[in-house]
Design a protein around this ligand. Structure first.
Ligand code: 13P
Ligand code: SF4
Length: 361
């Protein structure tokens, strides 16, 4: 389907300019689909130049977006850093709403667009700023560490943000700076449980869940391991702790990508959102991906068509109240200013202390 009912022709010139992207997506896109997608990609890339815009694309975007129009691709941490660094006038967030808000918080002078306002997140909608204010009353003096998968209102009540790539480091740093041995880590209960197993700091957690990762079970993974004993199992830390217990590796989407690209294992099970495997596959041609496939319905709201329309009509602009935005920015900036880990942070599954639990609010 062409955007705005307008069919862009698949000319030999467009075929040539989009060839590098085709080489990366051809395992997942049919030649017929490409005849519609390639002209749209060329048109999006032309509009980006015209409007001085960049597209920040999360690892869960479909391959034609990820490889065709993404200027910066990566995990939540990488995209946030890029939003702070970029000198473009416009940011189009090919991801979900909290990511676009984070970009706006870090770059309030830029126009930030999200192609579909309904691209939410079950974690972000699990908690409000008012909830965090109540939590702070209940636990005075303890630092509040908040996952970036939250609204600006929640970030504004936060001391320091974290992502799955740096959560252990942030929790330990917060405890050190506040001189305490307990930290509030909200809203992902499973991330909190997985972090608690990696540190001596006691964790107070909220019962938010990622609707994609909460569905994976240890039984599913054990079944896959039995069927493919030589496969490496990589899991995202938003999965239940029991899933990480039977995985070979756990880390953010960027850490999983890095693991596959560097090690090029023969077979891999990616316990995360579906598109991830399709995007990594382009960099690991000899790896076979076995997909326990769960789709994120929010990420999947973003398409080439609505990215094109976002650029064409300057929509949908994401705004953040400046006072809320400035308070939220401090929390995100504190995270960004942390020294980067030598390698993308991983969860040490061998040393994980399984007996350690969290205190649920
Ligand atoms: P990452 O920060 O690992 O990319 O995760 C973001 C996300 O939404 C995972 O569900
Ligand atoms: Fe939110 Fe989960 Fe979707 Fe990520 S995958 S955006 S955490 S619902």
């Amino acid at each position: 389907m062409a955007a705005d009912g307008f069919q862009f022709p698949f000319t030999p010139e467009i075929q040539a300019t989009t060839m590098p992207a085709w080489e990366k997506v051809k395992g997942h896109v049919t030649p017929m689909e490409w005849q519609v997608q390639a002209p749209l990609i060329a048109e999006i890339n032309r509009l980006k130049r015209e409007k001085n815009a960049v597209i920040l694309a999360h690892n869960y975007m479909t391959p034609e977006i990820f490889h065709g129009v993404g200027d910066y691709v990566g995990d939540s941490l990488g995209l946030a850093k890029e939003a702070a660094r970029s000198d473009a006038a416009v940011i189009v967030q090919a991801g979900v709403h909290f990511m676009a808000e984070t970009s706006k918080i870090l770059s309030p002078e830029k126009r930030v667009l999200i192609p579909d306002l309904r691209a939410g997140c079950s974690l972000a909608s699990s908690i409000t700023g008012a909830d965090v204010r109540l939590i702070k009353q209940r636990y005075p003096g303890l630092p509040v560490v908040t996952y970036v998968n939250t609204t600006a209102d929640v970030k504004a009540e936060t001391d320091i943000c974290c992502t799955s790539a740096n959560a252990v480091q942030v929790v330990e740093e917060a405890a050190r700076l506040w001189g305490v041995d307990r930290v509030i880590l909200i809203p992902d209960e499973f991330l909190a449980r997985n972090v608690a197993r990696q540190t001596d700091i006691k964790i107070i957690a909220w019962q938010g869940r990622c609707e994609v990762h909460e569905r994976f079970t240890a039984a599913d993974i054990l079944e896959m391991k039995a069927a493919w004993p030589d496969a490496q199992v990589l899991a995202h830390p938003e999965c239940p702790a029991e899933v990480l217990e039977v995985a070979d590796f756990a880390g953010s989407t960027a850490a999983m990508n890095d693991y596959v690209v560097k090690k090029q294992p023969k077979r891999v099970v990616l316990v995360t959102e579906c598109s991830m495997a399709e995007n990594v596959a382009a960099e690991a041609p000899n790896t076979e991906f076995l997909r326990p496939c769960n789709l994120c319905p929010h990420m999947k709201r973003i398409s080439l068509e609505n990215i094109y329309e976002a650029l064409l009509h300057d929509r949908y602009e994401v705004t953040v109240d400046p006072v809320v935005g400035e308070r939220a920015r401090l929390a995100v900036q504190r995270m960004i200013d942390l020294p980067p880990p030598a390698t993308p942070a991983r969860y040490d599954l061998v040393k994980a202390r399984h007996h350690v639990d969290v205190e649920l609010i």
